[in-house]
Design a protein around this ligand. Sequence first.
Ligand code: SN0
Length: 314
Amino acid sequence: MKQFLSIKDVEKPEGLVQQALDLKANPFGYSKLGKNKTLGLLFFNASLRTRLSTQKAAQNLGMEVMVMNMSTEGWQLEFEDNVIMNGESAEHIKEAAAVISQYCDIIGIRTFSGLADSAEDYSERVLNTFVANAMVPIISLESATLHPLQSLTDWMTIEEQKTVNKPKVVLTWAPHPKALPQAVANSFVQWMQQAPVELVVTHPKGYELAPEFSNGLTIEHDQNKAFEGADFIYAKNWSSYNEYGKILCQNTGWTITEEKMSLTNGGAFMHCLPVRRNMVVSDQVLDNGNSLVIKQAENRTYAAQAVLKSILEG
Ligand code: SN0
């Protein structure tokens, strides 16, 4: 693999899922592969799981890791070409990406959506200008519109936990006090459409994902109906795409409760975390035996390890 920005960079997604499961069974089987190689992790916003699991993944492969919080520790970067840099930005991405490429063999980047301008977010300017100016492979640690490491993990977790060949997987919107990106949802449907699952998406009207992600999806606006017979309930809040970045609904009737889970086929609850308790999902659902959220977080390590391994080998 040459880079990991989305599922489009993965030749055989199901093969990468299998690789992640194999690495979970044998985490140190390739502990010499990354010898004398350095992974740089650059964060333009907060992270807990991605930061720690990707570090751990690199360590399992024998890599060195450097981590930097760009928003608080680095110079403010300029991403525009042909600008007079007489404002706040101290360093151009051209120099920064080239310099970091001297120190690192692979660079991971976490960016975030501004949620103000859909064209700006969906152009993935920060990630793409890094790719254009870096001399080494780039891994997305969540970008403005996608979170492929999370989706690879989610497929892996479903593969590991499923009890039927082709489980019914429901992506459900859930309420949240803040406007959040569509990244996790976009990426989840993109990967699930290639997975051996029956995917159903449920959300209030107005929360349709961007056409490139929603085309061909089975949408059921009645959440209770969507839950019927589900094997996995994947909850996530996202803000509106059409009324870009807006919160259109805060109806806690969409919160995932035990009552709703009882409509499923003994279904398991999934969420990428961090999760707002009793907004997105009730305490009871998170604290009972059918929640997979901690297993998902555990699997983040092996998903990242599979990606790093493929890039080191490729
Ligand atoms: C991020 C998101 O994309 O929705 C990260 C998910 C992996 N989540 C948040 O920003 C939650 C913030 C909050 O205040 O709850």
